[in-house]
Design a protein around this ligand. Structure first.
Ligand code: 3NM
Ligand code: MG
Length: 549
């Protein structure tokens, strides 16, 4: 075996416990997993005696040698020596890498578990051949994990390794581990390899994913491995179609020149025209409070609402070329598992998914739900009010600590602001850059960013904040605009701007209407105005459009 040629792309870690292996036969599972495309096998067994380990490892070695796949032993250098397999994998509490190298010699593979930049450099220096970086996401397979580093932590480690001058750091192979499954492996791949926006690329990409339960616990390990193989070798369907640039420059002070304003206006009207022509479906998995309101808003702007919370239906619905809204307002375990199914289905075909993390910071249940959803797949756009977006920044490690005032969200309403407009813009831009998607922070001024361009939109009316569901229904509007953008292969950012402008201008129109003097009379006037905006654009009524925009 030439260890420099090892393919780390799909690294299987075995587990013989009842909870994961069940009554399946270990050798049969490993044999099938390799047939399905696993490229490296690590034998991990925390309970067997030395004799038992050697006996099993010998059989696995025969099996792996037959398939020409390297076998690595977890923890135990003695077992690796006894069975003459490809190498060992060592955790931070196991034998140190230099001693293991001394015992095993230069030809064997030594892998090391690392979860920080300093551990990574130490392992490289000691002579490791590859790094297992984790824990990516919380996982039931390893509950005693030391730290959950997330995508951000892994990027940080990769970035430092890549940026370091010495060749060993730049060239060392890496796999990530923890909570990787079929539904999120494309997201992981996209976020750790993605070359689309230069500032967020780690200078070094990950070489593979390491999984335990997603293959070992599967009733069909071969099929499970094949699923990973094809997902990892093809570009994810959800990658934005167009390059996220606008055909006109934004001025440094954020204001638009007259000619740019006029070209923006043309783009916004084209986006609304596309919505009216295409009549996209908006599939909403949302809370009870806003279902009726959101469905009416969808109809009024020119979309076609489907309010279905059943995840099993999502595969069929995802094929209808619409957009999906995941609204976290009712985050029961059953709802979350339905959400994950739907996110997977939409990611598989590439249609847009909007996340509305309602009340994300209000309770521990919602914080957990948010972490679960963020690990479930790719969101084309994440929208929320200030505390919700702050919670995302905290739970994904971008902001480490909230100051006293914003520490605990009171209820699900937005409350007082703690950030300046500049801070909001910087935050959404950083999040969008990191997630390679669109981020929108709603408020008196809506701040939208794709990581490159950040736009503050100050249209809207106070009464929009006085009715329930106006924030949630904006998510519905955006799903419609993003679905239309995908169908017309146009820029998602501009389309999102068009959706926000449509919504906010309608709010202003409704508030100005005779007879509207409070939240109660505002709601029907708002529906009319949303609809009037669409029909005015559709009919190309120039004079009326001048008044609208
Ligand atoms: N090591 P699953 S996480 C064996 O972070 C192991 O070092 C980890 O299991 C680490 O793919 C982990 O089922 C378990 O989530 C990964
Ligand atoms: Mg170990």
């Amino acid at each position: 075996m030439d260890k420099s040629k090892v393919d780390y792309s799909l690294y299987l870690v075995t587990d013989s416990t009842e909870a994961i292996l069940g009554d399946k036969d270990l050798y049969h599972v490993v044999d099938n997993a390799i047939s399905g495309g696993v490229t490296v096998v690590q034998y991990r067994d925390k309970t067997s005696s030395a004799g038992g380990l050697i006996e099993t490892a010998k059989r696995l070695q025969l099996l792996c040698a037959r398939h020409r796949v390297p076998l690595i032993i977890n923890d135990r250098v003695d077992v690796a020596l006894a069975v003459e397999c490809a190498g060992v994998h060592l955790g931070q509490d196991d034998m140190d890498v230099s001693t293991a190298r001394h015992l095993l010699g230069p030809g064997k593979i030594i892998g090391a578990t690392v979860s920080s930049v300093s551990e990574a450099f130490a392992a490289v220096k000691a002579g490791a051949d590859y790094l297992g970086i984790g824990t990516l996401y919380a996982t039931n397979t390893k509950k005693d994990t030391k730290s959950i580093v997330g995508i951000k932590g892994i990027r940080q480690i990769l970035h430092h390794l890549g940026a370091r001058g010495d060749e060993k750091s730049r060239e060392i192979k890496t796999v990530c581990i923890g909570g990787i499954h079929k539904a999120n492996c494309q997201l992981v791949r996209y976020q750790l390899f993605a070359p689309s926006i230069p500032t967020s690329i780690p200078t070094k990409g990950i070489d593979g994913v390491a999984v335990v339960s997603a293959i070992m616990a599967s009733p069909d390990p071969s099929l499970a491995a094949q699923g990973f193989k094809s997902a990892l070798s093809s570009p994810p369907a959800f990658v934005p179609i167009s390059v996220p640039t606008l055909p006109f420059p934004y001025l440094p002070d954020g204001a638009l020149s007259k000619s740019h304003a006029s070209s923006l206006r043309t783009f916004l009207l084209q986006a609304t025209q596309a919505v009216v022509d295409i009549h996209p479906i908006s599939h909403n998995m949302t809370n009870l409070v806003v279902q009726n309101f959101s469905a009416n808003v969808a109809l009024s702007v020119g979309g076609s609402p489907i309010m279905s919370n059943n995840g099993d239906e999502a595969t069929d619905l995802a094929r209808l070329s619409g957009g999906l809204v995941i609204n976290m307002g009712t985050s029961t375990p059953e709802a979350l598992s339905n959400h994950r199914k739907a996110i997977t289905a939409y990611n598989d075909v590439g249609n847009p998914v909007i996340l509305d993390p309602v009340g994300a910071g209000a309770t521990q249940t919602r914080k957990d739900a948010l972490a679960y959803l963020l690990a479930s797949g790719y969101f084309s756009l994440i929208k929320g009010n200030e505390p919700e977006i702050m919670q995302i920044a905290v739970s994904s490690g971008l902001v480490l600590r909230l100051d006293k005032g914003s520490q605990q969200q009171q209820g699900v309403d937005s409350g007082a602001s703690h950030l300046s407009l500049q801070q909001k813009a910087a935050l959404v831009a950083a999040l969008a850059r990191r997630e390679q998607n669109l981020f929108l922070m709603t408020g008196p001024v809506d701040v939208l960013s794709n990581g490159v361009t950040t736009l503050c939109i100050s249209n809207g009316h106070r009464l929009m904040g006085a009715i329930t569901g106006s924030g949630c229904a904006l998510g519905t509007v955006l799903s419609i605009y993003l679905a239309a953008a995908r169908r017309t292969r146009s820029d998602a950012f501009t389309s999102a701007v068009a959706g926000i402008v449509h919504y906010n201008i309608a709010g202003e129109m409704a508030a100005r209407k005779g007879g509207v003097d409070g939240p109660g009379t505002f709601v029907p006037a708002f529906m009319d105005a949303l609809n009037l905006y669409s029909t005015t654009v559709a009919e190309g009524d120039e004079k009326h459009m001048e008044e609208l925009l």
